[in-house]
Design a binder for this molecule. Structure first.
Ligand code: FES
Ligand code: FES
Length: 208
């Protein structure tokens, strides 16, 4: 009996506390929301308004600086392909789901179709054009040829860049590491086995 009463009291007590906590939380959230809204308004007031007309930007791609003007809505992929004639990375889905546009930025892979060109300023963007030295292919490019890792070639530059990024961090990856690094890229021609073989057997990529 005593235990039952104690139990009921605890439940009843916990309901009261919850209600108080609820009102406290709502009050605190409202205050926090007001503070955040105020801070955001202040930031918006300080931030320069860009666009919709073109703005001057500077991109560093494969070690070369390019000055150009683009509307702020232009993606890095479109800026490279349509303004700078750097067409190695392909536009296939244009919505961040196939990996054909994969570039390396400051050591990490990104979908160039899903990044604004203005946001790539001040960063080191690398594309497939920057890999070979004269007529000598980069070891990853050579491995793709050796392991029959391409057919139509549309996905290939993206796969190559994803593989380079992997090997610059992990020169001897396990099959699981290679699969994980390449799982953001899709090949409609079915070259995945060749790509995986290239990723696992390429030697001589220096750490990035
Ligand atoms: S074109 Fe960018 S992910 Fe497909
Ligand atoms: S080689 Fe054709 S899509 Fe991959």
């Amino acid at each position: 009996m005593g235990r039952k009463l104690a139990s009921r009291r605890r439940r009843s007590g916990s309901t009261d506390v919850s209600r108080r906590d609820f009102f406290k939380t709502v009050g605190a959230s409202s205050v926090a929301a007001t503070v955040v809204t105020g801070a955001r308004a202040e930031l918006d007031a300080q931030a320069p308004v860009l666009g919709p007309s073109e703005v001057a930007i500077t991109l560093t791609i494969n070690g070369q600086r390019h000055q150009l003007k683009v509307e702020p809505r232009v993606t890095l992929l479109d800026a490279m392909r349509t303004r700078l004639d750097i067409t190695g990375q392909k536009r296939v889905c244009d919505r961040g789901s196939c990996g054909a546009c994969t570039v390396i930025i400051d050591g990490r892979t990104y979908y160039a179709c899903s990044m604004l060109a203005i946001d790539a300023q001040g960063k080191n963007v690398r594309t497939v054009e920057g890999l070979s030295t004269g007529n000598t292919l980069h070891p990853v490019q050579q491995a793709f040829c050796d392991h029959d890792a391409l057919m139509c070639g549309f996905c290939t530059p993206g796969f190559v860049m994803a593989t380079v990024a992997l090997l610059e961090k992990t020169p001897s990856p396990t099959i699981e590491q290679a699969k994980r690094a390449l799982d953001g890229n899709v090949c409609r021609c079915g070259t995945n086995i060749g790509v995986l073989a290239a990723a696992l057997r390429t030697k001589g990529v220096s750490r990035g």
